[in-house]
Design a protein around this ligand. Structure first.
Ligand code: ATR
Length: 281
């Protein structure tokens, strides 16, 4: 049986085995998918051992996404821009690296939330790994602008600089700001994406509610309790809000498609996963 897994540290929380197993059932694919904890200094050895034992591919989660990009013998343009990789596909000695996080977010917004991105004004909060994973695929949807706002402005400047050629090619106004810059505080955005980890530290919301638009959408890349503060804040100000669960399912679907060549039915799996998480609260 074809074998896949997700590598992480920690890994206990991972929903990937549940999602990938559902995809396999619903598409009639025969495969095995497990979660594998690896020590912080053992990622490369674990991947090579899994591949040598016949593994066909893997997902990679924190903190190994940068190492996974370095391990791949060939990378997609998305991995090169994000400098991070969440999916590896093995073919003999060849290791192909893809980053499906941003693809997953874009598919969730367009297909599941029905929110077209072309011509929109987007505020992306944060300039760490999560933000880097989604900026490239967001740019390719040709929004009017993507302004990246980060507490440490230098990180936003570096992230935007790395994406400057793509932004130019797509005709998108992509700029970097500090969180308290006048340009951010003085207007609202069609889409506000929280890619910062501020809620994990129970910190205050990183931006004022003036950035929200009544007909817009606010999206947190996290799900579960970590996303609640941001979602409740957006809804309290009359803006529709969405957590990162749809992105989680859609990035998994993009990995499944890369490995199996088959598109799984994501909306059904997303509904089931949401019901499962709600019932276990
Ligand atoms: P991840 O992989 O989740 O993106 P990361 O790479 O450590 O994690 O990035 C965390 C992001 O959340 C960064 O943009 C960070 O801002 P800094 O670059 O200034 O550190 C942001 N962040 C974390 N805590 C924050 C807070 N309390 N307020 C605002 N931004 C915060």
């Amino acid at each position: 049986m074809d074998s896949y897994c997700v590598f992480g540290h920690p890994i206990e929380h991972s929903k990937s085995p549940w999602i990938q197993t559902r995809f396999a059932e619903l598409t009639g694919q025969t495969l095995k998918y497990e979660k594998t904890w690896v020590p912080l200094d053992g990622f490369s050895a674990s991947v090579h051992a899994f591949r040598a034992a016949g593994g066909k591919g893997c997902n990679v989660t924190l903190p190994f996404k940068t190492e996974a990009a370095a391990l791949a013998t060939e990378c997609s343009p998305r991995v090169a821009l994000a400098q991070a990789c969440n999916t590896l596909k093995f073919d003999g000695e060849h290791i192909y690296g893809e980053n499906t996080d941003g693809l997953g977010l874009v598919t969730d917004l367009i297909s599941n939330a029905g929110f077209a991105l072309q011509g929109r004004r987007i505020l992306l909060i944060g300039a760490g790994g999560a933000s880097a994973g989604v900026l490239g695929p967001l740019l390719t949807q040709k929004p009017h602008c993507i302004w990246v706002a980060n507490r440490t402005i230098d990180k936003a400047i570096q992230l935007v600089a790395r994406h400057a050629s793509l932004a130019l090619a797509e005709g998108v106004d992509c700029q970097a700001f500090g969180l308290t810059h006048e340009a951010i505080l003085s207007q609202s955005f069609d889409l506000v994406i929280n890619a910062s980890s501020s809620s994990l530290q129970q910190a205050a919301l990183p931006v004022p509610a003036s950035v929200l638009h009544a007909n817009g959408l606010a999206c947190d890349l996290m799900y579960g309790p970590a996303a609640l503060g941001f979602l409740e804040w957006a809804r309290a100000h009359g803006t529709e809000a969405r957590d990162g669960l749809g992105m989680l399912v859609e990035q998994a679907a993009a990995s499944f498609h890369l490995w199996r060549g088959v598109q799984p039915p994501t909306q059904e799996v997303l509904a089931d996963l949401r019901a499962l998480l709600n019932s276990s609260k």
